[in-house]
Design a protein around this ligand. Sequence first.
Ligand code: KIV
Length: 279
Amino acid sequence: MSATARKTAPMPTDILAAKGGTPLVSLTAYTTPMARMMDDHCDFVLVGDSVGMVLHGLTSTLGVTMEMMILHGQAVARGLQKAMLVIDMPFGSYEESPEQAFRNAARLIRETGAAAVKLEGGVHMADTIAFLVARGVPVMAHVGLTPQAINTLGGYKVQGRADQAEALLADARAVADAGAFSVVLEKVPASLADRITADIAIPTIGIGASAGCDGQILVVDDMLGLFTAFKPKFVKRYAALGEDGEAAIAAYAADVRARSFPAQEHIFADEAPSKGPAS
Ligand code: KIV
């Protein structure tokens, strides 16, 4: 799918139909300007709960609330016309029961205009996914490394190695059978990601998985070099905006201290010029 050629955003059914075709392109976004930058280039944009770590300085995603997701979801929605909007369900908003999940998914969709929600978990979330899908809530699943389970997983480790592989395959099958329209595979061995991609009928979206997945996603601040606290192995930095930004701030600070900013072109005369644009 090419977002540039489209006039309207795809639906979850279009994402599902893209299985096995041109790889799906996606990034996370948390603000309107970022969403505008990626609208022409992404098939879908995820308001990830990574917002807690990337923008709010939290040390995990566990402190992210519904209110944070809604605020950032609304901001991202204002920047998108061609890419589909997906929003993460934050920790504690869906695990208790299918009813709790529906209540919060409906609120996220109603208040942000997202086309779908994403939630973490495999076999144990399958009933909830089926419950949501039956009630009109498209679900993107997320298996492998599920950051909301960091305390039970014991760290941000690769998932599905050796004797864990069959369980991860079972997770992917369970969410596909439950009606998810796609599934994120995070931090799993490439050979297992390829096996899952060949095995299930819904698109796999890789992050630290394999180029053979049906699509890829990255955290935008990681790939732009804006988030520099650490760099996971699976991140490719396409820019160094963090370094460039700090250099620009240092240059501004030096200019201010040297009284070389503001310069003549940045200040106003006593009288407005008689012709030309207002200045
Ligand atoms: O929260 C997030 O950004 C995510 C992606 C990394 C898939 O879940």
